[in-house]
Design a protein around this ligand. Structure first.
Ligand SMILES: Cc1cc2nc3c(=O)[nH]c(=O)nc-3n(C[C@H](O)[C@H](O)[C@H](O)COP(=O)(O)OP(=O)(O)OC[C@H]3O[C@@H](n4cnc5c(N)ncnc54)[C@H](O)[C@@H]3O)c2cc1C
Length: 309
């Protein structure tokens, strides 16, 4: 990552918190290119996108976009929407599970509220034979997220997983303490703006931590979702799994909708399980800004759409 990329990344992630810019982008953004990363604004738009991905041999997950809900009644609406989504996935026979954010379910209001809400959804998913993954958000939420994941697992629910972020110094210790649960973990690099007190500032340190976490997770019991578009890390994972004779059912690759679609299909062709994360919903602004920050060159893609209008 160049210095310019780093500066742009910070600027884009800071802009992600601007409600004014959000309203502006939200008005035209879908037509300008947000649709590249988002499967639609409604469930009816998302279903055919998910089906097309399934037809190409890709597993999928979806998310109703939204985060940072600060009104308890609003979290009830979100839970009901997710219940309907899970029912719809079952009715449509999609190979799709659900990933959600605890701050969408009220974590900023209180841990008990978020726990009760996510528990209801994990139980509902279990009744339908489906699975829920709890995304990882800013570092301030990591302790509460891992506590909630542990509580769900210790209460006997098995159809739930969470995420660990390689950029945090704490994550290797977090992985060690979770291993006794035989966890289902998605390993990512980390998408938020974090200070050097908590996260590696240098990309090569994040990449090295990612490789260590994947290796440790693959050689322990449980399931590992290797979520990256970084071809070097993907090839490293494949070579490591072959060398250590890790069965292919014990891990999968996960990539984002709209990012490296050819690589997604190539991995399927090579016999690997690949899941594409394809979120939807009208509240896509902050999600989009994180995708732009990961690759500031994506801004050019937006600028070109703007010029073509
Ligand atoms: C399925 C999935 C779930 C995720 N869940 C979480 C989560 O719960 N919490 C969290 O903090 N983060 C999450 N992330 C985001 C993650 O933390 C990274 O920000 C993101 O994956 C980019 O890093 P990378 O591993 O692809 O590697 P990078 O080193 O950033 O990128 C490697 C290469 O991939 C390509 N690339 C990467 N990102 C993009 C993009 N946006 N657009 C176009 N090309 C791109 C580029 O060619 C780049 O050179 C998730 C990512 C995935 C794939």
């Amino acid at each position: 990552m160049t210095v310019l990329d780093r500066v742009l990344r910070r600027a884009i992630l800071s802009a992600a918190d601007s409600p004014r810019l959000g309203r502006l982008v939200q008005r035209h953004g879908m037509r300008l290119g947000a649709a590249r990363f988002v499967a639609g604004e409604t469930v009816d738009e998302a279903v055919p996108v998910l089906r097309r991905l399934n037809e190409r041999g890709l597993l999928t997950n979806t998310t109703i976009l939204g985060e940072g809900v600060t009104d308890e009644q609003q979290t009830r609406v979100v839970v009901d929407d997710y219940r309907m989504l899970l029912d719809r996935i079952a009715a449509e026979r999609l190979r799709t599970n659900v990933a959600l954010k605890l701050t969408h379910l009220g974590l900023a209001l209180g841990e008990e509220l978020a726990y009760a809400n996510v528990r209801e959804l994990v139980e509902h998913a279990a009744s339908l034979g489906n699975f829920v993954r709890i995304d990882m958000e800013e570092s301030a939420y990591v302790d509460a997220t891992l506590r909630i994941y542990r509580r769900l697992r210790e209460s006997g629910l098995v159809n739930v997983g969470t995420v660990l972020q390689a950029y945090l110094y704490r994550t290797e210790a977090d992985l060690e303490s979770l291993l006794e649960l035989e966890p289902n973990l998605r390993i990512v690099k980390g998408a938020y703006l974090e200070p050097p007190e908590v996260a590696y500032p240098r990309k090569q340190d994040v990449d090295a931590a990612f490789a260590r976490l994947v290796e440790r997770s693959l050689t322990a019991a449980g399931f590992t979702a290797v979520a990256t578009h970084d071809e070097r890390l993907i090839e490293h994972t494949i070579a490591f799994a072959e060398r250590e004779r890790v069965p292919r059912q014990r891990f999968q690759f996960q990539l984002l909708y709209g990012v490296r679609p050819q690589l997604q299909l190539e991995l399927v062709r090579r016999g690997h399980a690949v899941l594409v994360a394809a979120p939807y919903g009208p509240d896509w602004y902050r999600y989009l800004m994180r995708r732009l920050a990961e690759r500031p060159a994506n801004l050019l893609f937006f600028a070109r759409s703007l010029l073509r209008r």
